[in-house]
Every structure is written in structure tokens, then in C-alpha cells.
Design a protein around this ligand. Sequence first.
Ligand SMILES: O=C(O)C(=O)C[C@]1(C(=O)O)C=C[C@@H](O)C=C1
Length: 431
Amino acid sequence: MQAVSPSHNLNSSSIIRPSKPRKLNRLNRFAVRCVHRYDSVQFPNGVGSSRADWQSSCAILSSKVFSQDQGSGEKSTPHSNSDHLAAAVNGHQTSLDLNLVPIDKNNKPQPPAQKPLSMTDLSPAPMHGSQLRVAYQGVPGAYSEAAAGKAYPNCEAIPCDQFEAAFQAVELWIADRAVLPVENSLGGSIHRNYDLLLRHRLHIVGEVQLPVHHCLLALPGVRKEYLTRVISHPQALSQCEHKLTKLGLNVTREAVDDTAGAAEYIANNNLRDTAAIASARAAELYGLQILADGIQDDSGNVTRFVMLARDPIIPRTDRPFKTSIVFAHDKGTSVLFKVLSAFAFRDISLRKIESRPHRNRPIRLVDDANVGTAKHFEYLFYVDFEASMAEVRAQNALAEVQEFTSFLRVLGSYPMDMTPWCPSRGDEPSL
Ligand SMILES: O=C(O)C(=O)C[C@]1(C(=O)O)C=C[C@@H](O)C=C1
């Protein structure tokens, strides 16, 4: 993976603010709007977020059409009609020809040139024809950069100073994807990214798990007795809480934007009383020595990252998929039990559930007449479940969830990273 230089850091202040968050609709309203737009939709070269909006709407619509065709049966057929329809509405080349019969120069209809789906359709190559550009939060040497490289080998990694800048980089076509942490095996959820997933219109297209192996870094020649301060990303500080104490360090802990940024700061400012918690790669990049290796409190320290794109991928059934949704109900939280039962009845396992308070920020809902109303929800619930949106049981579960909720959005249906959460190098720190 090639990392662009830190001087190319995306600064959130230098990025044009995106337009206001788009309207959020209930699924059936999505579908209705989608039918209307279907006749008139144009795909200019620069496809904007409205296309992504349209695509996710249509993916849901196609799922619904398919479920109706199948009656109430819960069994899904791999590579069934729904796959084709979903393919057609998810940006595959054939979607552009849907209602058009190609005409030759003598005005004779031509048989449609059908292109079979390939793996590249699932994760389309960048339109600019070069390396995939992947935005991550932090500077080179950050774990997020490593996650970007694991998710997209040979990508061009684009450092961003804030999570929000990474979202904006994709929305503004500066990057093709963003790779952002959502959960750590020790520190739990990275709430900021859950909030941002809702505020932005990107789609989750994949996930990747990264074992996180922390080192204590300082300038060459510095001994741990000289240290008065340890700086790092708040997640990294919390992942090493006990080991720092065990190391006998009498230090204050200070949070900074990212782990590698902490290492860079020490090097740039020649700080001999400060150490950073960061990766071995950060030590190498910023010329620091490793004072202690493997200082995370748990050897199986793993962070889960999601890959985000402007367009959703086509859900499939030939490998394990996960689907992430967010929902809310304006009559409080009692709906939660009903929603969870919609999955339980269909034997769909839940992987994660997260609630986020949302009282102070209304969400704009749009009705069938396209009239928007601001709704306040006390809590938003984020759920990851183990099924693909191409499966009828998942489509039916969501149709039921929709009945119980005032707001529902599918954040993405994507292949699961099946790597077991396993220990990183060594349990005890080496000094
Ligand atoms: O600071 C970094 O290096 C990051 O990539 C961020 C981050 C996080 O946000 O959780 C990623 C992985 C580790 O859990 C620690 C920090």
C-alpha cells in the first residue's frame, strides 16, 4: 500500500461542507419514490449522492418485489431473480440498459449485450482508472492506515485529521472508500463513527478486523524513568491502562487524535519526557525507539473497521454476509423487543446492538406526499445481523421491523470478516 505524505493530510476546515443530510424515509416510501424516479433517472458522469440514495432505495424495492413473488416462503434461492434485479439496480453496467432496446445505425433493434456479473462489480474499480484511494483517520503509521491496507491491498491511503473528514473525502470524490474503526475488543464501540454513519449517506461495503499490537515509543536514548507523560489516541490509552501501571510509570495520560500522530508530535518537538502508544511502524516512520512491546492489556486486542463507499454493493448469498441497520421509534424504546423478535423468529443471529441517545437532534422524515417532518427520537438503535439482504428471511424480517419503527435505514449488507478474534504477538510486554 502506498501512503501519501502527511502534508497531504485532509484538514476538515479545508473541506467544503457537504449539503445538509438527505431526507430519511421509511422503506415503503423509499420504494415509492424509487418507482417514480426510475423512468426519469439520468446518470451523468459525475454521479452524486442522489444516485446512491436511489440505488439503496431500489435494492430494497427489488428485495420487496422478490419477496412478494415468493409468497410467504422464507427460503432463499442463491442467484435467484432477486440477485439479477438487485444487480440491475445497483449500478452494474446492465442497469443503464434496463428499458432500452439497443438500436443499430439502420434503426434495427439489437439483442442486448449482457455482461455477466464479476467480482469487480461487487466492489467497483475507481472511475479515474488509478489506484483505489482510501481515506482513513490519522497519519501514516496509524492502525487505521494498516486497516485500509488490509481491506484494499495496493490502495493509495489518504490520511484525514478527523473521522468526519474521511466521510467527506468519499462524498466529495477525493477518495473512493473510507476505512473507519467502529469497535474494539477491549474499548468497545467507537461511538463517533456510529453517529457519523447516520449523518452521512455512505454505505457499508465491507468490514475488516485488525489485531492491534501497541508499543511504548520514545526518542532514542530516553529511558522510561525520564517519562512524565504518555500520549495517544483515547482508545489506545484505554487499551493499555493496566499495562502502563504495571510498567511502573509515574506518568500523566493525554489524549491526542491518533496513535501515529502522537509519535510524530514527539519527534517533531523533540520531547524527551513524553512517550507515545503507537505501532512499531510508527516508531520506524518517526525515528523513535520501542521502550516496551505488546503493552495492550489483552493479547487478543482487535479493532473492527468498516469500509464505506458512495454506492452499496450487491448483496449475495454465496458467502456469509452481515447487514447493519439503524432504527428508532417515536413512541419510546418499547419497540426494541418486537424488533429483536423479528430476527429471532427467523433464526437470524444478531452480532451487535448499540443504542445512541439522540434526543437533541431531530431526524427529518418524509411522507408519501414528500412532506418532511422533524422527529425527535430518544434513542437510535444500531443492529448488525448475520444475513444478507439477498435472503428472503432478511427481507421479511426487515419488512416486519419497518412495521414497528418510525425510522429505519439499511447502512449496508456486506461480506463478513470471518477471521476469529485471535491474540496478537505475545501476552506480556517485553522491556
Ligand atoms: O489512532 C490510530 O492509530 C487509529 O487508527 C485509531 C484507533 C481507534 O480509533 O480505535 C484504531 C485502532 C486502535 O483501536 C486504536 C486507535
